[in-house]
Design a protein around this ligand. Sequence first.
Ligand SMILES: Nc1ncnc2c1ncn2[C@@H]1O[C@H](COP(=O)(O)OP(=O)(O)OP(=O)(O)O)[C@@H](O)[C@H]1O
Ligand SMILES: [Mg+2]
Length: 257
Amino acid sequence: MAGLAEPNALVDLRGVSKSFGEGERRVDALVDVSLSLFAGQVVGLIGPSGSGKTTLLNVVGCVTEPSGGWMRLNGEVVYDQRWLRRDLRRLRLEEIGFIFQTHNLLPFLTAAENVMEVMELAGARSAEARARAGDLLDYLQVGRRKNAMPAQLSGGEAQRVAIARALANRPKIILADEPTAPLDSERAGIVMDLLRRIAVDQEATIIVVTHDESIFDRFDSIYHLRDGHLVSIENVKANAHRPIDARRSDETARNAS
Ligand SMILES: Nc1ncnc2c1ncn2[C@@H]1O[C@H](COP(=O)(O)OP(=O)(O)OP(=O)(O)O)[C@@H](O)[C@H]1O
Ligand SMILES: [Mg+2]
């Protein structure tokens, strides 16, 4: 299997499948899925309800164990017919950033404390975590709300704090399930532009599950799932496969104009 892999891919799946249940009740949620995603890419994952989008995100996020196949994340083979890592929780904490539809902030912590918490779980010292949380919230333009409680934030602000939380440990793989669902199309566009910038700045790859057609033009490529099969890959941007350095100069030119 490994012979077919893409050496530079951050996310590399070969023949990954996932079934739930047995016998008559068996559901093949993913069937023989292979894909390779690279630093700087932001890809959309679309398909009808029940087509396997969330399952694929959870498999890549090492939340759900596949039924078979091979998966390498950020250079490390983590699954080959079975998990090869024992400490999946640490792997998730260090390599993966999750952004959910509802922001899942802890209601009893401030915006900054929500961001600090995931860094402290990964072993950061409090002062270091506080400084980085402040920087991240500034980067996402919600720095002035850092001492607010989640209930005091607007939907767009809460989503940006949740993105800061997902970025806190500098993951190379960022997974988002309907991140713009609670936002109007203007704010959804702003969040997507932000994700595009993050992918380049952090040399990360971002997978976004969405039904929101207003953001389709923000993706490099769109992956279509149907009944657990990856049926097509549509390149949206002409540079969908350009290497990270070329993308970085594109972004710089775009920001300058
Ligand atoms: N824990 C589970 N146990 C049994 N079946 C499951 C489980 N999780 C998902 N499934 C089934 O696997 C299939 C794919 O589900 P999945 O949640 O990945 O779909 P989806 O594309 O995210 O759908 P939606 O757009 O509705 O969120 C569905 O048939 C679903 O019922
Ligand atoms: Mg889903």
